[in-house]
Design a protein around this ligand. Sequence first.
Ligand SMILES: C[S@@+](CC[C@H](N)C(=O)[O-])C[C@H]1O[C@@H](n2cnc3c(N)ncnc32)[C@H](O)[C@@H]1O
Length: 335
Amino acid sequence: MSASKSHIDVRTALKQGLAQLREAHVPSFTLAAELLLLHVLNRDRTWLYAHPEEQVSTADAERFIALVARRAHGEPTQHLTGKQEFWGLEFEVTPDVLIPRPETEHVIEVALDRLALRERRAGRKQTLTGEGLQIADIGTGSGCIAIALAKEMPGAAIYATDISSPALAVAHRNANRHSVFDRIHFLESNLLDGFTARGAANAGPSVVGAQHAAPLLGKDAPHESPVTSQQSPLLDLIASNPPYIGRREAATLMREVRDHEPEIALYGGEEGYELYADLITQAAAHLKPGGILVLELGHNSLPAVQPLLDAPTWSSVGVTNDLAGIPRVLAAERL
Ligand SMILES: C[S@@+](CC[C@H](N)C(=O)[O-])C[C@H]1O[C@@H](n2cnc3c(N)ncnc32)[C@H](O)[C@@H]1O
């Protein structure tokens, strides 16, 4: 496809774009070409197929050609369009955050199921509004887990941590976009270090906590300061999709992932599962009795991670497979 052929209609542009992506061995090349053309034309898919004869302006054709070329060189479609849908919501994505994946929606499903079951067991009402619940999403990235949970449970208070300040800036914008900014407290923190364990506040310098957590933006902003010992809640739910790919697997990753998504979001260590031990230990210290932990797993993490959820600290350990049959979500209740 070349700029000299820019007087073309929608059907021709699409055909040329997808042919170029197919030749470059881009996975799902038809979908990629459609999404890029829709993005350039600022239209939806119904319009695209209802107006195949519509002329594409020279400027739009040139933009499309440029995006197709970048996609053919390995840039993810979502980095070119700046968005990805998750849980029926559109999220801004940039190279600073992991592109939300469909399998992470199982984390939301399991979290909501477990919380609803807990409410029913306590004899409370059937509809889960999240009233009074304290929830944390560790390693929030784009904010997709925290924001989906905030939308599902309008009564819940939510904390979202990440070690990456550029990722938190994206999460912030996504919370604004979905009007849940006032219910999510963002925290730059290594795992749960930014929370001070209740009752440990006067334990001296060894206390994990607020001193390691940096505010995201201005220190006067109410949702951006570290959680102090006074504020530190015991949590009802901790959800996390931590980095879980092993560096030893890096060579097997698709170039779109390996060369374009942030290393801090991908790799958990040489093996991949290294972060889970600290995450589970910290979660045990910050969950209420009966609190729920929901973790996304890497494709081969289960044997290394499940034994960490042992009695007497944890009960009701459950594994949920994703649509490909891979054990994807591990959940447990704090005794
Ligand atoms: C696999 S991504 C998940 C992002 C998002 N929650 C999702 O599901 O799409 C992992 C996230 O954890 C963050 N992260 C990595 N190491 C961390 C750590 N030690 N403490 C807190 N966050 C961390 C990364 O910056 C990244 O945003």
